[in-house]
Design a protein around this ligand. Structure first.
Ligand code: MTE
Ligand code: MO
Length: 330
């Protein structure tokens, strides 16, 4: 991961950066309309970069209603589709931010299924079509903050992971949920590197996994997920550092004991199990006090914003950690 030494002044978002949701939705309606007319043509991230075009349209539209879950719709301006689909962390395709957009085309997302295992009443293979129909799709506009010190605002489409958990009926003994993502050496050149152990694995406490903000995402910007963002389904846990949100999930296991997780195994001093966004706990190699919003003017004097406790979701999730020392459980 990158070392940041930027120490410029903390700043809060200014009013002009805040887009009313209605304006965003109007723009999105316009985009979907343009797609229906065939105006979007063969959009691809590569061509978008080459042409400076910034619009979705390559993938199937996925319908959704605005979420009513408290905290699920920040009014901050969404990151451009182009930035969100060309600046990615998906180490299975390489560690450079541009690798996933360049190489994830190879990922085969159909047919797809997720194996549900461990301490549940209804284990088994759940295919994608069934998962897509399990609960109504909602649009949620979440901030996502990477532990490296950058952040984005993304309109995701999906439903609360809690809906799937309810469906599979965890046993009373289940305390944690473990998420395994795809590791396919034929399509993922990054697996040749040993920066992490593969498959990528992350985990949550069962109550964190059941929190209504924890999203099982199938789409973003009104379309099915692009491969580089974790197609065909991924997790989004907005109050934790981005690495907790595994992409391209293939296996979900319910356990009694706290599972081992990829980043924690790779660098235990740097990445703990909880990994809640906490500006008061510096990464051992850099401060977490501020962040750079992708798409803000770059350059040496790029503004950095103050990072908020739990990435701004403290009113919704703070209670999950009542009484815990969040410096010890980082
Ligand atoms: N399978 C898998 N999931 C992953 C990663 C990864 O390398 N592999 N990177 C994580 C990290 S570090 C971040 S910040 C987010 C980035 O999501 P985005 O590229 O959609 O913004 O995905 C997370 N999920
Ligand atoms: Mo990250």
């Amino acid at each position: 991961m990158i070392i940041h030494t930027d120490r410029s002044a903390h700043q809060h978002p200014v009013g002009s950066e805040i887009t009313p949701l209605s304006a965003y939705r109007n723009r999105r309606q316009w985009m979907l309309g343009a797609m229906a007319l065939g105006a979007a043509g063969a959009w691809s991230p590569q061509r978008a970069v080459a042409q400076g075009v910034d619009r979705p349209g390559r993938l199937s539209p996925i319908s959704s209603v605005p979420s009513s879950v408290p905290g699920a719709r920040t009014v901050e301006k969404p990151t451009s589709y182009r930035d969100a689909t060309t600046y990615n962390n998906y180490y299975e395709f390489g560690t450079d931010k541009s690798d996933p957009a360049r190489l994830a085309d190879k990922l085969k997302t159909r047919p797809w299924s997720v194996s549900i295992e461990g301490l549940v009443g209804k284990p088994g293979t759940y295919d994608l079509e069934r998962l897509l129909r399990l609960a109504p799709m909602e649009e949620r506009i979440y901030r996502l903050r990477c532990v490296e010190g950058w952040s984005m605002v993304i309109p995701w489409v999906g439903y609360s992971l809690a809906a799937l958990i309810r469906e599979v009926q965890p046993l009373g003994s289940a305390k944690y949920v473990e998420f395994f993502t795809l590791a396919d050496p034929d399509t993922m050149p990054g697996l040749r590197s040993n920066v992490l152990q593969w498959p990528y694995v992350e985990a949550l406490r069962l109550d964190e996994a059941n929190h209504p903000l924890t999203l099982l995402a199938f789409g973003m910007y009104g379309e099915m997920l692009p491969n580089q963002n974790g197609a065909p389904l991924r997790l989004v846990v907005p109050w934790k550092y981005g690495f907790k949100s595994g992409k391209s999930l293939v296996r979900i296991r319910f356990t009694e004991k706290q599972p081992a997780t990829s980043w924690n195994m790779a660098a235990p001093r740097e990445y703990g199990f909880y990994s809640n966004v906490n500006p008061n706990v510096p990464h051992p190699r850099w401060s977490q006090a501020t962040e750079r919003r992708i798409g803000d003017d770059g350059g040496l004097l790029a503004r950095r914003r103050k990072t908020e406790m739990f990435n701004g979701y403290e009113p919704q999730v703070g209670q999950l950690y009542a009484g815990m020392d969040l410096r010890r459980f980082y």
